[in-house]
Design a binder for this molecule. Sequence first.
Ligand code: NAD
Ligand code: WQD
Length: 339
Amino acid sequence: MIKVLVTGGTGYIGSHTTVELQNNGYEVIIVDNLANSNAGVVDSIERITGIRPTFEKVDCTDDATMKKVFAAYPGIKGIIHFAADKAVGESVEKPLKYYRNNIDSLLTLLELMPKNGVESIVFSSSCTVYGQPSPEYLPVSEQAPIQPATSPYGNTKQINEEIIRDAIHSGAPYKSIVLRYFNPIGAHPTSEIGELPSGVPQNLVPFLTQTAAGIRKELSVFGNDYNTPDGSCIRDYINVVDLAKAHVIAMDRMLKNRSGVALEYFNLGTGKGLSVLELIHAFEKATGVKVPYKIVARREGDIEQIWADPNYANEVLGWKAVESIEDTLRSAWKWQQRT
Ligand code: NAD
Ligand code: WQD
């Protein structure tokens, strides 16, 4: 069995990816400091797959402890690096926390990989690196220009991509695939795992499902005066299980198919843009549950519209997002009703 280290593996995308890795015969070792998740997720993963992943409560920025992890689990061939802080708003208030955590964790891993025979790393990046693409670059392909980050969080993603690029250019003995996610939403069909936002959700779908559940009074739609058909912002909402499956394919590509290419980038989206208002109506249609909402002022830092051109990932990875928005929103609702 090929051993893969999943950092941030008790988190939202990491837990779903661990399930898919196990379903595809990988042995998973999770390291997570539980800054934004809980250890109960390990039990949930086991309930889904029947296989309990190894779990170590470790901070990826802690070099000494990470050295012990590699010594304790020899033979790790790949890493999927999810561990990071990811709240855009918080990153503006606490930039140093984000630079320290998101950059140090990657540097620790890259320094330890050659010393432990680790051949590949998948890095969690974000469409945020594209900023607001100009019209000629929509839908967004991997050739779209990287634009100056609009938050410290987004900047950590850009800096980390550059660190990986420079390390590999210097001849580092490993390969990397950088996956730029659009907007992951939804939950595992078993409702055993899903998004666990702490405090007031910043993202649309968890706030929407909490409103539908009566936890929140009403959903605020941040602006309907954008230059879009219905005035609300457009995003590419991708099912989290579809996203997780792309990570297995990426790991296979580096460890099994040996593409020979040292560094690749892929946009992971559905290729369909959906406005905030369209998503609300899709949720109501899919679940039969009304969502009280009001239009309020724009949220600072929001970009107007972005959605992926996923053709490169479709053709080269042989991966495609397949879950419908209705099934995805139903999975989010089912998960909300469980938590
Ligand atoms: P998440 O917060 O659910 O998961 C991240 C996990 O990493 C958490 O379990 C947290 O406890 C852990 N963690 C954070 N710092 C750590 C550290 N120093 N050491 C060990 N564990 C640490 O977030 P997510 O939504 O699953 O995102 C996973 C990755 O995908 C992140 O890198 C994020 O930036 C990226 N991403 C997320 C989205 C999104 O919308 N969710 C979009 C694009 C990219
Ligand atoms: C989606 C749309 C909001 C909440 C962020 C990060 C990005 C990535 C994914 C980490 C926007 C609108 C939202 C609400 C609303 N995270 N909205 N009312 O901003 O596209 O991306 O999460 O990598 O880096 O920037 O996602 O879910 O916050 O917002 O109207 O209560 O929903 O204005 O148009 P976003 P989001």
